[in-house]
Structures are given as structure tokens and as C-alpha cells.
Design a protein around this ligand. Structure first.
Ligand code: NAD
Length: 352
């Protein structure tokens, strides 16, 4: 049997570049076409390990470009999509919301529409050779808005996005949903909590904490540092996507989350504690006035809060656990050690 060709978008970014090597390694019956615009967030260095794999093809381009998408579907006979590409940083969405609407809403619409046209003859009628073709949209728990102290986000929680980023992701989820309801397109949506792990862009919280610490620069923490996120190791997200893509039911949404709620202050504290052991200031900054800075924790600096900063996100992952047998393999304590070790290697030379 010949290999299936699937289009996976946005994989020069954080999660996609963890996903592709895992997926190629696990399945020998797939070829992957990675379409990525290489915005500031995309970096082909993230995919060095698989760039020569004969089952991998990179295409530089925009998910908003309909002609390009139509060409890719035809040229590579695409029979499945896993859609990661997005503008993903909330802070940027406050400064420049327009690009979030363009990429996340218009881009997702263009992609799902091209897939529908390529795979289907008319509503609820697939071409014979694409009967198994599926569109998997990667989304976020931020679409549900901010939580009180007790509740958890389930798949039934009403959408209440608060930032331009989460509003654009919520809109893209709705577009994908409508293609399932109106045209009978085979879709899956996964809404995941905050990911952490190797290859994340420097701008995000955990890389910023580690990079600034290793430069002995102030580590900025928004507001009172008590905003809560539910942290999931990126490979556990990749395994959840794999399960949902292969075994999820058509039209379903699955929440993925690690049940590892932490405040930003807890995050920065644990990272500083790991660095204090693995890269002690007194041994590594002999020139520094290390009597003043005894621990990386001394670098923590509170800064003005992000506008509209959601207070708490937390996922109820019961559905993906019970229906698809997903389980996180890392808890925050194990995953963060691996993560800090990876960034220590990356930043040590840059910072010193
Ligand atoms: N990072 C998280 O914690 C998290 C959590 C839940 C869901 N998600 C979702 O997962 C997906 C991937 O997130 P990430 O953290 O890897 O993002 P990222 O910002 O690291 O990577 C996004 C990638 O998309 C590419 N891209 C941007 N615009 C594009 C366009 N118009 N056409 C083609 N490619 C384009 C970028 O070049 C980049 O490689 C996003 O949809 C995001 O909303 C992320």
C-alpha cells in the first residue's frame, strides 16, 4: 500500500516542530508536507533532525494563499490536514490584532475550504478516494475565557474569548465546526492548555525566564504573578493530537490538559531553583557581584500587568482520557527539568 500524504501547517514553530519528528518516527506510512510562512515565530533550525527525511517536504508559503493551497493539494494528493499554523502570542495580539484575524481566521477558512473542495463532491458526499480524509484543527483552551477558582473547562464550556488572540482562535474553531455541520467535512478540534518544552520561541514565558536568568537580567513577571495556567509538556500534547487524529470521532472536540495548574510565580520559582542547582551563580558568574545576587530568584521583577490578562485556565481532560485513552506522561516537576536542561544548552553560549 502506498503512503498517505498529509499537510501539516506551521511546523517550523514550537509545537509543530516537536510533532513532525515524533510522527514520522512513529508512522512509516505517512509522508508529511509542512507548509509554513516562516514568520518571526518559525525557524527551520527546529526541524534540522528531519530535513533530509525522504518522507518530509517543506514548502514556504502562506495558508491564506488559496492558489498555493490548491496547488499543494493536487500536486501531493493531500488526504489529511493537521493545522497548527497561527499567530500565537497574546501580547502581540494586543499590539497588532489585524494579523491574528488574517492568519487565524482568514487562513483557517481558506485552508478548510480548499480541503473541502478537494475531498468532496457536494455536502456530505466524499470522493471515493478521500473517504478517510480528515481535517484536524489545533486550538487552545483560551477560547473558553477566564475561570473562577474552582471550575474546569470542559468541551461544553461556552466560548468566551477575551483577547484578540483567543477571539481569532475561537473564530477559527467556529469555522471548522461549521464545515462539519454544513458540508459533512470530517473534522476534529483539539483545545489544549499552555504547552512548555524544547523549541519554544524566545518571547514566551518559560524561555524568557531562563534566558534572562542566564544573563543575570531582571525576570519580568506580570502583575502579582498569581495568574494560573494549566501546563502540559509539549510531547504529551503531540501524543494527544496523534490519538485524536487517528481515533477521534468525526465532529468531536477534545480538550487536552495536564492537570498541572501553576501560578506564574510558582513557575519562575521552580525554574530558578533548578538553575540554582544546575548552574549556580557563584560558580558561573565569578566576575559578577554575586554577593548581591545569591539566587536567580533575586532577579524576579514585577511589571505592569498585561491588558485583559485572564486570571485562570484549567482543563478537564476526562473526555480524551476516557474515550481515547490519553494520559500525560510528564508531570510539571519532571517536564520542567527536561525543559530547563534543553534551554541551558541553547542559551548558555548565547548569554555568556
Ligand atoms: N503554545 C501553546 O501553548 C499552545 C497551546 C494550545 C494551542 N496552541 C495552538 O497550537 C498551534 C501552534 O502553536 P505554537 O506555539 O507552535 O505556535 P508558534 O507561534 O510557535 O508557531 C506558529 C507557526 O505558524 C507559522 N505561521 C504563522 N502564520 C502563518 C501563515 N499565514 N501561513 C503559514 N504558516 C504560518 C509560523 O511561521 C510558525 O512556524 C497554534 O494554532 C496555537 O494556537 C498553542
Amino acid at each position: 500500500m502506498s503512503n498517505k500524504n498529509i499537510l501539516v501547517t506551521g511546523c517550523a514553530g514550537f509545537i509543530g516542530s516537536n510533532f513532525i519528528p515524533y510522527f514520522l518516527n512513529k508512522y512509516s506510512n505517512y509522508n508529511i508536507v509542512n507548509l509554513d510562512l516562516l514568520t518571526y515565530a518559525g525557524n527551520l533550525e527546529n526541524l534540522k533532525e528531519i530535513e533530509k527525511n525522504p518522507r518530509y517536504k517543506f514548502i514556504h508559503g502562506n495558508i491564506c494563499n488559496r492558489e498555493l493551497l490548491e496547488f499543494i493539494f493536487k500536486e501531493y494528493n493531500i488526504c489529511g490536514v493537521i493545522h497548527f499554523a497561527a499567530e500565537s502570542h497574546v501580547d502581540n495580539s494586543i499590539i497588532n490584532p489585524g494579523i491574528f484575524v488574517q492568519t487565524n481566521v482568514q487562513g483557517t477558512y481558506t485552508l478548510v475550504d480548499v480541503a473541502k473542495n478537494y475531498w468532496m463532491i457536494k455536502p456530505f458526499c466524499y470522493k471515493d478516494e478521500y473517504k478517510e480524509a480528515r481535517f484536524h484543527h489545533i486550538s487552545t483552551d483560551e477560547v473558553y475565557g477566564s475561570l473562577n477558582e474552582h471550575d474546569l473547562f470542559t468541551e461544553e464550556t461556552p466560548y468566551a474569548p477575551n483577547s484578540p488572540y483567543s477571539a481569532s482562535k475561537a473564530s477559527s474553531d467556529m469555522i471548522v465546526r461549521s464545515y462539519q455541520k454544513t458540508f459533512g467535512l470530517n473534522t476534529i478540534i483539539t483545545n489544549c492548555s499552555n504547552n512548555y518544552g524544547p523549541k519554544q520561541h524566545d518571547e514566551k514565558l518559560i524561555p524568557t525566564i531562563i534566558r534572562n536568568a542566564l544573563s543575570l537580567k531582571p525576570i519580568p513577571i506580570y502583575g502579582d504573578g498569581k495568574n494560573i495556567r494549566d501546563w502540559l509538556y509539549v510531547m504529551d500534547h503531540c501524543r494527544g493530537i496523534d490519538l485524536a487524529y487517528h481515533n477521534g470521532s468525526n465532529g468531536e472536540t477534545y480538550n487536552i490538559g495536564g492537570e498541572n495548574e501553576r501560578t506564574n510565580l510558582q513557575i519562575v520559582d521552580i525554574i530558578c531553583a533548578i538553575l540554582d542547582i544546575q548552574y549556580p551563580i557563584k560558580d558561573n558568574f565569578p566576575q559578577n557581584n554575586c554577593k548581591k545576587i545569591a539566587s536567580y530568584k533575586n532577579l524576579i521583577t514585577f511589571v505592569e500587568d498585561r491588558a485583559g490578562h485572564d486570571r485562570r485556565y484549567a482543563i478537564d481532560a476526562t473526555k480524551i482520557k476516557t474515550k481515547l485513552g490519553w494520559m500525560a506522561s510528564e508531570n510539571f516537576e519532571t517536564g520542567i527539568v527536561k525543559t530547563v536542561e534543553w534551554y541551558l544548552l541553547k542559551y548558555r553560549n548565547d548569554c555568556l
